[in-house]
Write a protein that binds this ligand. Structure first.
Ligand SMILES: [Zn+2]
Length: 60
């Protein structure tokens, strides 16, 4: 039987597995979570330029 490797844990998965290409539903969810994280990570990384510090030269 031909197998492929689970992209998550590298276990061999038979090509007729219902969870193809993952070895189990668990790995499928892990992979899904990874992608979700990646997608959220990019837009959720707000570019906060350091606020210019107002030079409060209030020292007389
Ligand atoms: Zn796996």
């Amino acid at each position: 039987m031909r197998t492929i490797k689970c992209p998550v844990c590298r276990k061999e998965v038979p090509l007729d597995s219902p969870e193809m290409p993952f070895c189990s539903e668990r790995c499928r969810l892990i992979d899904l979570g990874r992608w979700a994280n990646e997608e959220y990570r990019i837009p959720a990384e707000p570019v906060h330029p350091p606020a210019p510090e107002p030079e409060d030269a209030d020292e007389e």
